[in-house]
Design a protein around this ligand. Structure first.
Ligand SMILES: Cc1cc2nc3c(=O)[nH]c(=O)nc-3n(C[C@H](O)[C@H](O)[C@H](O)COP(=O)(O)OP(=O)(O)OC[C@H]3O[C@@H](n4cnc5c(N)ncnc54)[C@H](O)[C@@H]3O)c2cc1C
Length: 445
């Protein structure tokens, strides 16, 4: 059952908007329109293999074919240098174009234009789109806010980390192989990349409150003075000159604490944006966007389950945000040379002091009803809650976990658990999988 006749308009055509569009189409929604304006600036970004898997899962076949091979990533952090990792460097203008091509190939209606105004009421939305020709007015039953960090805050409650700005400069010169580098410094960190064709991207990230940044006309000079002091930047400056352009990107971590209503949802960076240090922005964006179609489907086709769907979306956004915020915090804490400088002091403590992973404890493992995605809808199911997985684990390799935990709790003290497990799951590989999981939770078997 889907609410086929509903008009859904997606505002923004980055990875989140595009992933939601494909997901809705898979659920059978035909009347989906994406309104996308190309990014107003050029940027390179690095993605991991997890993002590649996410893109594959979402169905971005064309964009996947355009991805470059992984390239070297050099790091100097806490005074130590290594070249242990690789990442795939994407030109965001080209990547976003490839995403839109995927939508076009799969028959999704894309309007190239700028969302100028959105008027929302309980029963629908009116969207004004500025295009190369006359403005267009679209009517929608449901809107997906996917305009990234550019999405209006709409007076929604937000949690913000330390205010952060990234100054992105372009240099042009001789061809340099695709590569990237990261380096920390006293009052921030830099990320440098080459596109393999002579263009180099030099990005310096600072704390807004404690940094004394010069006025705009002196920014390029200011950045160049800093770049001269950074060893990892040198290969990217070699045989090249600054183009004189500079672009300031806000990179403050922001969680929207009201990311869903009855006829709208925020996804990707519009719902929560993480610190770019984690290099996980597109990953988290895809994570929140891949679940959104089922949430929307529930709101439209099963409004009696709306609260459950809303709870599911908000909880997952919040959980993901804190997980990445803590990963970022621990990475900042690894830099000890300037631990008392304001940039590092604030970030090594935010958002809290909770470890990324909590220790397993079988006595705290319990079964509870929580929202999950089932057959394209959000529904309640028995899941297993552990100290580290507060949202619950539903399945293990496709098999429900809750009945096994119930079995364990019921039969552990009598010593009959393994026999009961063998009777319920005759396949020894399945038994072993559950036993291994229970042992990881510190069960003694
Ligand atoms: C400095 C910095 C560096 C980063 N580096 C990395 C990195 O290396 N790796 C990584 O994975 N992530 C990185 N990120 C994060 C990454 O950019 C985002 O997480 C990701 O792009 C979010 O996807 P999205 O679809 O939600 O938003 P976006 O990608 O921002 O897409 C939003 C789209 O909406 C369009 N739009 C905006 N306003 C309108 C409007 N009014 N009308 C129509 N269209 C509009 C925009 O042009 C854009 O195409 C970085 C972020 C920052 C700030």
């Amino acid at each position: 059952m889907i609410a086929q006749q509903r008009e859904i308009v997606i505002l923004g055509g980055g990875p989140s908007g595009a992933a939601v569009a494909l997901g809705l189409q898979k659920l059978g929604y035909q009347q989906v329109t994406v309104v996308a304006e190309a990014r107003p600036f050029r940027a390179m970004e690095g993605i991991s293999e997890r993002v590649v898997e996410g893109l594959r899962g979402a169905g971005f076949d064309h964009a996947l074919r355009k991805l470059p091979e992984p390239s070297a990533r050099f790091v100097t952090w806490n005074g130590q240098s290594n070249q242990a990792n690789t990442e795939r460097l994407i030109d965001r203008a080209e990547f976003d174009k490839a995403l839109m091509m995927d939508l076009a190939i799969q028959g999704i209606h894309v309007i190239q234009g700028r969302v100028v105004d959105v008027k929302s009421a309980e029963f629908g939305h009116e969207i004004e789109v500025g295009t190369a020709g006359d403005p267009i007015i679209l009517q929608a039953d449901f809107i997906v806010e996917a305009r990234g960090r550019a999405a209006p805050s709409a007076k929604l409650k937000r949690l913000r980390g330390a205010e952060t700005v990234s100054l992105l400069q372009y240099w042009q010169g001789a061809e340099l192989p695709l590569s990237s580098a990261v380096q920390s410094f006293e009052n921030g960190w830099g990320w440098f990349a080459s596109d393999g064709r002579g263009r180099r991207y030099l990005q310096l990230t600072f704390d807004v409150k404690s940094s004394v940044l010069p006025e705009k006309s002196r920014l390029v000079e200011f950045c160049n003075e800093k770049l001269e002091t950074l060893t990892q930047a040198q290969p990217f400056l070699d045989q090249a000159l600054p183009t004189g352009e500079i672009h300031a990107r806000t990179s403050t971590p922001i969680l929207c604490e009201e990311a869903i209503g009855d006829n709208w949802i925020r996804v990707g960076d519009a719902a929560m944006s993480v610190d770019p240090l984690s290099g996980n922005g597109i990953f988290q964006t895809l994570s929140s966007s891949l679940q959104a179609p089922a949430v929307i489907n529930t709101l439209l086709a099963k409004p009696h389950k709306a609260r459950l769907a809303q709870q599911f979306h908000q909880l997952r956004i919040t959980e993901l945000f804190y997980r990445f915020a803590r990963i970022g915090r621990d990475f900042y804490a690894m830099e000890e040379q300037w631990r008392d400088q304001p940039f590092w002091q604030v970030r090594r403590q935010w958002p809290d002091d909770q470890p990324i992973h909590l220790d397993p404890d079988i006595d705290q493992v319990q079964v509870a009803k929580r929202p999950v995605i089932q057959n394209g809808f959000v529904d309640l199911a028995d899941v297993v809650i552990t100290p580290d997985q507060l949202l619950g684990i539903w399945h293990l390799s496709g098999l429900p976990l809750a009945p096994v935990v119930e079995l364990y709790k019921q039969h552990f003290s009598s010593g009959a658990f393994l026999q009961e497990l063998a009777e319920t799951y005759p396949d020894p590989r399945q038994q072993q999988m559950f036993i291994n999981w229970l042992k990881q939770q510190k069960a003694v078997l």
